[in-house]
Write a protein that binds this ligand. Structure first.
Ligand code: PMP
Length: 317
């Protein structure tokens, strides 16, 4: 069953996911004052496991602090427990995409709308979506966007704040209207920042490079996983500024995100990237990623033994 699960979690209880529960005066809806996450649960060897749930919820709680969102379950383990219970209720037989959303709710009764963060109540919901299992490495075409990633002094880019996704939505729309799958945005200085919802890597002569985590982009958890795995495998990964030219002359370019995993960029603004198909380094990185997200069926032995901290069992072992 793909799409929205039957149950959701909203403000302390499990509720039917399709029943409307939000007031029209929800502040997060008016001003984008909300924080969200995208977490993946992978099914392999007959089991469902959340991948790096701890890091995703820790990132969400950091962003909640920024928006003064305080009325939600406060600890990462509590949030993971709720998510596990929700996934069990929804009884998935596929991969799952988990979407926690913490938002500013409402001002005190009788108060007109305003952008104050203090004095506004808040709420957390979690919805889940059955997600197709990716087969081969996805090939995507990208447009270098005319929209720029807002700089860190204009917007806290390292937090997944709902309002910031207007830039991603406009860039995605521009790319789709021009026949591309996605967009890559530059920062104010003209360096590569990231794609609309993914980080960017370039490969040249076997060396990987990705823009540094300077606060001007969301340095994703998949980016971190890929850097860790590649370095462990003896590959060189540089965190350095990339120009659009660096992408055009790269042998390979790929994107990383929870949703896309490792996806090859095969076209960039009308030009082939490298050979114009999935390159050998991208294929190797995707394979490394698969080994940690879908550990092989070890027939009863602890399949998660290599990375116990990265996987949370949903279905009992
Ligand atoms: N950048 C942006 C703007 C994103 O929305 C995402 C998706 N969360 C990413 C990068 C990749 O982050 P992650 O690997 O943690 O999913």
């Amino acid at each position: 069953r793909l799409g929205l699960g039957e149950w959701a979690w909203d403000r302390g209880e499990f509720v039917p996911a399709r029943a409307p529960r939000l007031s029209l005066s929800t502040q997060g809806l008016h001003y984008g004052t909300a924080v969200f996450e995208g977490i993946r649960a992978y099914r392999s060897g007959g089991r469902l496991r959340l991948f790096r749930a701890h890091e995703h919820y820790a990132r969400m709680l950091r962003a909640c602090r920024l928006l003064r969102i305080t009325d939600i379950p406060r600890s990462v383990p509590e949030l993971i427990d709720i998510t596990v219970e929700l996934l069990r209720r929804n009884a998935y037989d596929s991969d799952v995409y988990v979407r926690p959303l913490a938002h500013k709710l409402s001002l005190l009764p009788g108060t007109p709308p305003g952008v104050s963060l203090a004095g506004v109540s808040d709420a957390l919901s979690i919805t889940t979506f059955g997600y197709p299992t990716a087969g081969d490495v996805q090939e995507v075409s990208c447009l270098l966007s005319t929209w720029r990633r807002p700089s860190r002094d204009a917007f806290p880019a390292q937090a997944k704040i709902a309002g910031g996704y207007v830039t991603s939505a406009l860039a995605c729309d521009e790319a789709r209207a021009a026949g591309y799958d996605d967009a890559i945005l530059l920062d104010r200085a003209g360096n590569v920042a990231e794609a609309t919802t993914a980080n960017v890597f370039a490969v040249r002569d076997g060396i990987l490079a990705t823009p540094p985590d300077t606060g001007d982009l969301l340095a994703g958890i998949t980016r971190d996983t890929v850097i860790t795995l590649c370095r462990e495998a003896g590959m060189t990964v540089l965190e350095r500024p990339l120009s659009p030219t660096d992408l055009h002359i790269a042998d390979e370019v790929f994107l990383t995100s929870t949703g896309k995993e490792v996806a090859a960029v095969v076209t960039l603004s009308g030009r082939d990237v490298g050979s114009g198909s999935v390159g050998p380094v991208t294929a190797r990185v995707a394979a490394l990623y698969r080994t940690v997200t879908r550990p092989p069926d070890t027939r009863g032995r602890a399949a998660d033994a290599d990375r116990p901290a990265w996987l949370t069992a949903v279905t009992p072992a």
